[in-house]
Ligand binder design. Structure first.
Ligand code: NAI
Ligand code: OAA
Length: 331
């Protein structure tokens, strides 16, 4: 049966890339927005990748997804974002072995200003934007700065992959199920300076740090493993994370739209309102809840000296990235 009228319009940039290939089929099958919501996909690619995007669109057709109301392919951002309700900004060059994500600033930063302007010009009033392309936080900042008419809280950056990596590490260490772990948080930048924070986390209701009972493991193994996982995947796979990144993008938007479970939170890069001393306007990762289609930074958490120093270090990197994009004339 064809999908019902009034589908949600979802624009995906970098549609012919490796994350795009892992993402589009899951969106079209209903995993992004739920089993009752038809979607119309708008794929944005650079001209030289349009043919590959067409091939992916042919495969989407061949899946006969009942929820897929249509697929358009564009090489023009204004057309691709016209009427978009959800915008997944994936298209950007990935890093290769030996690079830090910040090394991509000048290569990728130039993509996100024009895309922010196109979202400002023509996206739907309820548009929600997730930036995946690296450096994700600062690219989200650039896009948001070019979209003055869109509420700033509609621009987010992906740190859900870091959050999921942290859940997996804790589950493996403690022999627990990821479902039993709550209130874990990723703070700061989606980079090696990020702070995966277990100080408020619980495992089956007990303080996670008490269950783990090994501060050395937390500081010397857990934090660096999560923070450097992207590089470890590149080293092992010869290419950066793709399926796990697509999965995290699905989780991020699904949570944004459908909400966080009672008593738990997740992590997302959101525009800071000055909470926890993070300069207002920066796109930084915080523990967040989602209700009614909006993320809220979890208020009032106590931060010990270790957490404070780690957050400050990652935020200092975000400030440096902001200065760099200002110097490059990208904002
Ligand atoms: N935030 C996160 O947790 C993660 C972010 N990433 C980042 O996601 C980005 C994409 O990664 P992959 O899919 O593996 O890369 P890829 O190289 O396989 O695909 C990127 C695609 O983007 C397209 N593209 C480039 N410029 C574009 C533009 N202006 N408009 C539309 N499309 C454009 C390219 O033609 C290519 O098809 C990279 O920057 C990567 O570092 C990857 C993993 C996790
Ligand atoms: O590390 C990379 O370059 C890709 C990425 O963002 C990740 O896997 O976290």
């Amino acid at each position: 049966m064809p999908a019902a009228a009034n589908p949600v319009h979802v624009t995906v940039t970098g549609a012919a890339g490796q994350i795009g290939y892992a993402l589009l089929f899951r969106i079209a099958s209903g995993q992004l927005l739920g089993p009752d919501t038809p979607v119309h996909l708008h794929l944005l690619e650079v001209p030289q990748a349009l043919k590959a995007a067409e091939g992916t669109a042919m495969e989407l057709d061949d899946c006969a997804f009942p929820l897929l109301a249509g697929v358009d392919i564009h090489d023009d951002a204004t057309a691709a974002f016209a009427g978009a309700n959800v915008a997944l900004l994936v298209g950007a060059r990935p890093r290769t072995a030996g690079m830090e994500r910040g090394d991509l600033l000048s290569a990728n930063g130039g993509i996100f200003g024009p895309q922010g302007a196109a979202i400002n010009a023509g996206a739907a009033d309820d548009v929600r934007v997730l930036v995946v392309g690296n450096p994700a936080n600062t690219n989200a900042y650039i896009a948001q700065q070019h979209a003055p008419d869109v509420p700033a809280d509609r621009f987010t950056a992906m740190t859900r992959l870091d959050h999921n990596r942290a859940l997996a590490q804790v589950a493996a260490r403690t022999g627990s199920s990821v479902d039993d772990i709550a209130r874990l948080a990723i703070w700061g930048n989606h980079s090696a300076t990020q702070y995966p924070d277990l100080s408020h986390a619980t495992i089956a209701g007990r303080p996670a740090l008490e269950v783990i009972d090994d501060e050395g493991w937390v500081h010397e193994t857990f934090i660096p493993t999560v923070a450097k996982r992207g590089a470890a995947i590149i080293e092992a796979r010869g290419a950066s994370s793709a399926a796990s990144a697509a999965n995290a993008a699905i989780d991020h938007v699904h949570t944004w739209v459908h909400g966080t479970p009672a008593g738990d939170w997740t992590s997302a890069g959101v525009v800071s309102d000055g909470s926890y001393g993070v300069p207002a306007g920066l796109v930084a990762s915080f523990p967040v809840t989602a209700t009614g289609g909006a993320f809220t930074i979890v208020p009032g958490l106590e931060l010990d000296a270790f957490s404070r120093a780690r957050i400050d270090a990652s935020v200092a990197e975000l400030v440096e990235e902001r200065e760099a994009v200002r110097a490059l004339g990208l904002v």
